[in-house]
Design a protein around this ligand. Sequence first.
Ligand code: SAH
Length: 346
Amino acid sequence: MNHQTYHLKDYTREELVHILKQMGEPHFRVTQLFKWIYQKGVTDFSRMTDISKISQRKFDATFIPSSVRIETWKTGRDGTTKYLFRLSDGRDVEGVLIPDPPRLTLCVSTQVGCRMNCAFCKTARMGWVRNLRTGEILDQVCQVNALLRPQRRITNIVFMGMGEPLDNLENTLKAIEILGYSDGLQFSHRRLTVSTCGLVNKLVSLGDETRRFRLAVSLNAADNDTRSRLMPINRQFPIEELISVCRRISLRNRERITFEYVLLKGINDRPKDAMMLVKLLSPLKAKVNLIPFNETEGIPFHRPDRSTILKFQEILVHAHLTAMIRESRGDDISAACGQLATASCS
Ligand code: SAH
């Protein structure tokens, strides 16, 4: 008798076929299982009516269908909701649902904590605890969808919550593959965005295969001195290397790489910084998201004045660079960019 149990959402189609085969189950069970758990949100095997009772019982003894549980949630004045996800080892990660009709975007976490140690980021203060498993990344989407059912469902996913997705690349890529399945949630590459602090060694490998997601790079400064102070990873992979690897990434028709730039008062918000940014990005198919810093307790940076922010944007736009100001969402519930960290460290 085989008593091994499997977290069902950890597995790709190929892997699950293999597991089912060992259990003596037919190949087509994979499609049935995917439809139930991802499309219909049914995790109780006894409700999977096209699966025989014998197999239902076998699955019940073998598979753990959910990997995270929504512990609490809080909705802010602007409709942004922050979720606290409890993992099976008792750890927590956070996610944020951002309504922006017709889109409904979920920001998911890929690690408990983070080891990139960016100076302005709240998650960094926690340190790094562990990577999320594939199922733990995916199940954030499934659990929120279950709460939204049947009226609404998540249309877009951004990997911009806690952690550095490229520091947990294998599990993140598997989650993305599974999110795209036609018998699953059917997320197209246009609706998935992975945000990275710029792990050049990992970005290199992404160019080779067909990327099933859009890319966002957190740049945050256009010169190495400033960037290294803000983002220690820049000492390992300086700006020139980052830009050069971005140039080599093959983009689809009309696709652009998004560069995120957190505006910090007196640090990276001068007209001169905007001009450096223009020059840096000129060889690329790029657009810029300007994120006015979200002030958070214990982090010694400030948000620039509105006029400084607008001036910065104007310089970019004048140079024909698409630049959007990302208005802060969910700041009253500490759900804004960079404010994610679990209670133990806030
Ligand atoms: N590690 C990934 C994804 C998580 S951070 C990355 O670095 O991209 C997601 C975004 O939030 C990054 O662009 C980061 O620069 C930004 N950010 C972090 N702290 C912030 C804060 N306090 N205010 C505004 N943006 C912040």
